[in-house]
Design a protein around this ligand. Sequence first.
Ligand code: ARG
Ligand code: ZN
Ligand code: CA
Length: 332
Amino acid sequence: MKKLLIGILALGFLSSCNSDNITNQQELETPSATPDVAKRGCASEEIRQEALKNNPELRQKFAALETNTEKFANDLKLGKVLADGTVEIPVVVNVLYNTTAENVSDARIAEQIAVLNADFTATNSDINNIPTEFQAVSAGDTKVKFRLANTIRKKTNTKSWKTNDAMKKASTGGLDATNPTNYLNMWVVGKMTSQGQTILGYATFPESAGLWNDGVVIAAPFFGKTGASSPFNLGRTATHEVGHYLNLRHIWGDANCGNDLVADTPTQTTANYGKPTYPLLNTCSGVQRSVMFMNYMDYVDDAAMFMFSGGQKTRMQSVVASSGARSGLRVY
Ligand code: ARG
Ligand code: ZN
Ligand code: CA
């Protein structure tokens, strides 16, 4: 157990260096028809690694989080924990709009919640696109659902936001989180950039549970479906970001042939974009595998992602379980 923990920590730090380099490279080489939207990095893991570097307390929480995840997986295996109760997560949507188009409608918010519920219960209309070889490891119903608890709106003069959490504090022009221990807070902003590139969204991981900045941020053009911006107009940026919020890593482990700490997602070389053709073969450590680019935790277009794996479900369940870092998220 101790060894494993040390291994995880070492891995985290190694991958932080790697992922920085890789992400920077990718962001520099982006000559595309729609450069802002077609290919980008997600800042969540980088921001986390920076925060971990400077904060031993946060590192301790991170380590405890992974220990608990392992314990839960073991308990499940032994039949001590039965993950048959669906956890319904109450959601507060904080809308910060400059233009009226950015003031996403109640209908569009409902649409986004419906997408989350479909994707997390495997009732999404494209679930049958899962290739035969991955059907056995599909999560099916993750037993996590979402319910809109409140919508808070505020007009702002800010047209473009950075990934510095300014949108999460009234004192910096944003909206304060509502009770982040008990509610998943989502912030919808007009536009967001990281290192000069437009990004779709970012999330905090469970070691941030209950902190003022805990939650998910999504840029309005990628929130919901109706009126959203193709090819990210099926509401799956939220699915991806809530995956992070429930402790899922990017499927490529944020490093070349990196580790996402999920056994049933095949190791893959790097992020995938657009709509890859199945099968897509990657070689890591001399082993060639067909990779699961249709996983929500890859970077493909919304229409090309439609599954979580069973191992990912276990990680998310461990976080919302009564012993988990996000056990406070309950509709009472
Ligand atoms: N955090 C990622 C980003 O900012 C989100 C990627 C979501 N992918 C998607 N197809 N919606 O790019
Ligand atoms: Zn991400
Ligand atoms: Ca894996």
